[in-house]
Ligand binder design. Sequence first.
Ligand code: SAM
Length: 231
Amino acid sequence: MADPGKIQHSRKEAHDIAMSCSDDDTKPLIEYYNKTAETYDKYLDVTGKDIGALEYSKVIEKHQPNKDVRILDAAAGTGILGQKLKRLGYTNIDAMEPAIGMLKQAQTKGIYCDYICDMIRPDEKTQVPDDTYDVVCVLGGVTFACITPDSFPELIRITKKGGLFTFCMPEYTTKTQTIDPKFLQDNVEADLQALVAEGLCSKWSKEPVTFYDASQEHGKEKGDVYILIVA
Ligand SMILES: C[S@@+](CC[C@H](N)C(=O)[O-])C[C@H]1O[C@@H](n2cnc3c(N)ncnc32)[C@H](O)[C@@H]1O
């Protein structure tokens, strides 16, 4: 039931606002996440359903089974991925999120060690020092007006050498992207190839995942988790 007095989160509305943002000014989208943070989990109906976090966390466990490693959940939102990682036994996870309202929701769950209010931008350094994390993850954040592929070098900078930079992208983003072709699968994968050619990563791979589509627009959702080994 809708909670009167609170602005209900809607993926379609978030998408429409994202589309109205320019690359240089994504404040309206951050503001939308701030305003709808309290209703975000309820909208996604995450109880008993996987919006990708469960499958993604299992891929991370397969590639990095050591539960003591330092992990960053970038674009952490309300902490849905962090919750799944914690349930698998990971003990050292930080959250990064630009929308303070979302970060506060994550904080109420008590899953992360550190809460970093910052954003990933192309050609800008976050407050995180070089080579900090063993694993960096992004669920639902590599998309228009959020994290763009030209920001991947910043996520790689904060990952330790030999560590993993990973992100999960739904198929509908990579196959039906009409507004910004940089998110099309071939283009994203060409960017990853370029990161290998530049020597920032030694190799990349991907694993298919299937999960529940909260917006009900795309049926059962498919996607890929991309895994890069940082050089
Ligand atoms: C679709 S939500 C995903 C949140 C969470 N990972 C989840 O799966 O529920 C996208 C999140 O990315 C955040 N975001 C937007 N721009 C960002 C940026 N440049 N860097 C990091 N996070 C960003 C938004 O504030 C929002 O919380």
